[in-house]
Design a protein. Structure first.
Length: 217
């Protein structure tokens, strides 16, 4: 009896293993069939995405249009680099501890001067029969007077409890630009620019073969 029972169990186990193996084979076969279909479906979807949302191609137009060309006729003949210490303050009375604001600003700037040759007229140049040239140059002028933002900075600031003024540094920078320009003018930057311009123009004309250059203003 026990031998019959054991044989039945063995038979049932074999049948179960066979059935499970068949099911596994069916799933494996289904996957083999459906995987290419899924890959094909994904590839097709990517193609549709490419059609609907194509990758942009940027191609520069081979034609370049230059709207304006200007020759710079400013003859820069003198440049000053100036450093100034500026103190700016607000509300420094009895309530300075509360409303006061004071800063020390170190300003670095440059002033450039020269002669604007675009102001020359045809009547300002005359050539005589002996190889001499008379030329009337425009007076020297300041072209640039500006701070160097990278080298200019607030060295110290003393502010009351509620006294910081947002525009105090702006006022200090504005005053620094004016002081730098005034310092360059007082030191004779325009005279230097005029003299250098005269030397440059005289040398240039002489290299053209003329014998004498007489400059006036």
């Amino acid at each position: 009896m026990n031998g019959k029972i054991d044989f039945t169990r063995v038979l049932l186990v074999l049948i179960l293993v066979t059935v499970l193996g068949g099911i596994a084979m069916v799933f494996w076969s289904i996957q083999r069939v459906t995987r290419p279909l899924a890959q094909a479906e994904q590839a097709l979807q990517e193609q549709f995405e490419q059609i609907l949302n194509p990758t942009p191609t940027v191609v520069p137009d081979p034609v370049t249009i230059i709207r304006e060309v200007r020759g710079l006729s400013r003859l820069e003949t003198a440049a000053y680099t100036v450093e100034k210490i500026i103190t700016a303050e607000s509300q420094q009375g009895p309530f300075a501890f509360l409303l006061g604001d004071r800063l020390i600003f170190v300003a670095h700037g440059q002033v450039i001067a020269g002669v604007d040759l675009a102001r020359l007229e045809a009547t300002d140049i005359a050539v005589d029969g002996e190889g001499g040239v008379d030329i009337v140059l425009p007076e020297a002028e300041v072209f640039v007077a500006a701070l160097d933002s990278e080298q200019s900075y607030v060295f110290h600031r003393d502010t009351g409890v509620i006294g910081m003024k947002a525009d105090l540094e702006t006022a200090a920078r504005r005053a620094a630009e004016e002081e730098i320009l005034e310092a360059a003018l007082e030191d004779g930057i325009l005279d230097m620019a005029q003299s250098n311009a005269e030397s440059y123009v005289r040398h240039l004309i002489l290299t053209l073969g003329f014998k004498e250059v007489r400059v006036s203003y």
